[in-house]
Structure formats: structure tokens, C-alpha cells
Design a protein around this ligand. Structure first.
Ligand SMILES: Nc1nc2c(ncn2[C@@H]2O[C@H](COP(=O)(O)OP(=O)(O)OP(=O)(O)O)[C@@H](O)[C@H]2O)c(=O)[nH]1
Ligand SMILES: [Mg+2]
Length: 236
């Protein structure tokens, strides 16, 4: 096992139209990167596709859960598994091409010098594409809100395209992270920052998903409004 083995964790729920092409594009960018798909028994058969692929391609693994248990726990279980398997570099991304695989090259380059790299839609040079005014306003407003309450220098706290050195995930007690959705992303970044890890943002362009359905619900929105306050209190 080389010292710098890297893996990307991809949670999936009904991504049969995206997953195989995503894996192919990731390996076109970083041929030696392993991929762990955490699938929640997707009704559209995403898990089956990954299972078949994993038989042919040793870089791909499936973690299969019995039902839709949420994004946060999918990441927690996926990360724990990657730590156990000894990876040094652990990335995370969505399966809908809003997170474009070509950025993985940038993440892996930058993680040489820092502990956590954040893909940032709101850093200079980054942006979202094809979003409604309402969605833009919610996301930009939500990030400004969280940044002010938490007093952190990051422009994108809710994004889910990231790359961790294993030491960061080891230092965060993953079993105590219970947030889902955007709040999960916020909590992980804030906890890493509070522990003094070096974090940098790299700009990403974030197109809207073209295939498949969005899965985030209203509850996720309220959770992310409360999270900055919860994290701030806890820190005190
Ligand atoms: N394992 C698992 N994956 C999930 C769950 N909910 C969402 N996902 C996956 O998490 C990623 C992000 O979900 P999305 O629905 O794209 O959320 P979003 O990006 O905020 O919304 P869109 O604008 O529709 O893309 C995707 O790869 C989903 O398939 C879940 O409950 N379990
Ligand atoms: Mg998405």
C-alpha cells in the first residue's frame, strides 16, 4: 500500500443514469484513484450497476445500505471505512456531475500542501450555472449567514466537493456527526477549522444536474439554518 493512496466517496440514491459515466470520467482524470460508492438500495438499480462494475474493476467498491438513510450517515460510514482501509487522501463528491471530475486533479495537487481542500462556488473564479434566482439567493445568503455566525473565512461552507487528509477525519469524532445535507458539510469544515487544520478553497464551476432527481428536502433547509448556532454554542 503506497503512502498516498487516494479514494473518492460517492453517495448515491437513484443515480443509475449518472454513475457509470461518472466513474469512467474520474478514472480518465485520475487513473489510480479508488472509488467507494455508498448506495442506499436505490430503486433504480444504481447499486446493481456498481456491483457489476466492481467485479470487473478493482478500483471500485460498493457499500450497500438497506434503505434511504440520508447523506450525512452515508458519508460518515464511507469515511470510516476509508480510514479503516488505510487511505491517506479521502475526497467526496456528488454523483450528478454538478461536481465535475476534472477538478479532482486540482484537489489532489492542492492537498499536498494543506489538510482540507474545499471546492468553492463562491471563491473568485467559481460559480453556479443554470440556477433559478431563488436558489442562488438561498445558497449565497445561507453561506453569508453561516460565515458570519461562525466567524470563518470560507466563502462556500455548504458545498459537498472536498478533499481531506486522513488526519482530519481521524481528528473529528465521526460518530458524533449527526447532521444531514448542507449542515453536514458545514459541520465537517467548521470542526476541521476549529482544530487548527489548514484549509483552502479552490474555485469550482457548478452546473445544475441534468439527469436524475434532486433529493434534498425542506427539513434539510431548517437544519442548515440552525447548524451555525449549534456549532457556535458547542465551541463555547
Ligand atoms: N446514499 C445516499 N445518497 C444520497 C441520499 N440523498 C442524496 N444522495 C446522493 O447525494 C448526492 C447529492 O444529492 P442531490 O440530490 O444531488 O442534492 P443537491 O445537489 O443538493 O440537489 P440537486 O440540485 O438536485 O443536484 C447525490 O449523489 C445523491 O444521489 C441518501 O439518502 N443516501
Ligand atoms: Mg446535486
Amino acid at each position: 500500500m503506497s503512502a498516498q493512496r487516494s479514494v473518492v466517496v460517492i453517495p448515491t440514491y437513484d443515480e443509475a443514469n449518472n454513475i457509470l459515466r461518472l466513474v469512467e470520467e474520474i478514472h480518465a482524470v485520475v487513473p489510480d484513484m479508488d472509488i467507494l460508492v455508498v448506495d442506499d438500495n436505490s430503486p433504480d438499480g444504481t447499486g446493481k450497476l456498481v456491483e457489476e462494475l466492481a467485479e470487473r474493476d478493482k478500483r471500485v467498491r460498493l457499500m450497500s445500505r438497506p434503505g434511504k438513510l440520508g447523506l450525512g450517515t452515508a458519508y460518515v460510514q464511507g469515511f470510516s471505512d476509508c480510514l479503516e482501509k488505510g487511505y491517506s487522501i479521502i475526497c467526496q463528491m456528488d454523483c450528478d456531475f454538478s461536481h465535475q471530475p476534472h477538478y479532482l486533479g486540482d484537489f489532489l495537487r492542492e492537498i499536498e500542501d494543506v489538510d482540507l481542500v474545499l471546492g468553492s462556488r463562491y471563491a473568485r473564479g467559481g460559480r453556479t450555472e443554470d440556477w433559478s434566482i431563488k436558489r442562488k439567493a438561498l445558497s449565497i445568503g445561507g453561506n453569508m449567514y453561516a460565515r458570519m455566525i461562525l466567524s470563518v473565512p470560507f466563502r462556500d461552507l455548504t458545498g459537498g466537493f472536498k478533499c481531506f487528509r486522513r488526519e482530519v477525519l481521524e481528528a473529528i469524532d465521526l460518530s458524533s456527526v449527526t447532521a444531514e445535507g448542507y449542515a453536514f458539510q458545514m459541520e465537517m469544515t467548521f470542526r476541521a477549522y476549529s482544530q487548527g487544520f489548514r484549509i483552502m478553497e479552490i474555485p469550482i464551476i457548478f452546473p445544475d444536474r441534468t439527469l436524475g432527481q434532486s433529493k434534498l428536502s425542506g427539513g434539510i433547509f431548517w437544519e442548515s439554518l440552525a447548524m451555525p448556532w449549534r456549532l457556535r454554542m458547542k465551541k463555547r
